[in-house]
Design a protein around this ligand. Structure first.
Ligand code: CMP
Length: 142
């Protein structure tokens, strides 16, 4: 099934200048870029984006980190896109990730794990709507 998902290349990935390498991995996996921009996240966006983490002790530092530089917001499209992106990124903690995954190869620890990716079709729909207008997406269904 053709799906869409969101990836954010976070401030640690942006500062390490691995943006091109991260995007290359998605393209090599056959996924299509249908939305792409640099964006400065705000507290308002993050309150919605990370609503499920709002009560966690790391929420304030997570938000500060996510607002520290622009992030690269990407919408990817392709067959089984959500699972493919999940596998390419690896688990949240780079320490637990397998070699060859984005988080293992470029990440350090949970707060510095290079990328965010949608964890379900529901999350992807919500995250796309938060960051992209329909006119900014070059999808197969327009
Ligand atoms: P992300 O996929 O963006 O989703 C929420 C983020 O919170 C996660 O990646 C990590 O960067 C961060 N995170 C998750 N768990 C922890 C933790 N225990 N301590 C610090 N940061 C965390």
């Amino acid at each position: 099934m053709v799906e869409k998902t969101v990836v954010l290349i976070k401030p640690d990935g942006y500062q390490k200048k691995v943006v091109g390498q991260v995007i290359d991995r998605f393209e090599r996996a056959g996924l299509s870029l249908v939305g792409l921009k640099l964006i400065r996240l705000t507290q308002e966006i993050l309150d919605t984006w990370y609503a499920h983490h709002k009560d966690k002790p790391f929420f304030p530092s997570l938000c500060a980190q996510m607002m520290s530089t622009p992030v690269v917001a990407i919408v990817l499209e392709g067959d089984s896109c959500i699972q493919k992106v999940f596998d390419l990124c690896g688990p949240t903690d780079p320490v637990e990730a397998a070699p060859g995954t984005i988080r293992k190869d470029f990440g350090v620890d949970k707060p510095h794990n290079v990328v965010h990716r949608s964890d379900s079709a529901y999350a992807a729909t919500k995250e796309i709507a938060l960051l992209f207008s329909p006119q900014e997406l070059y999808t197969s269904d327009v």
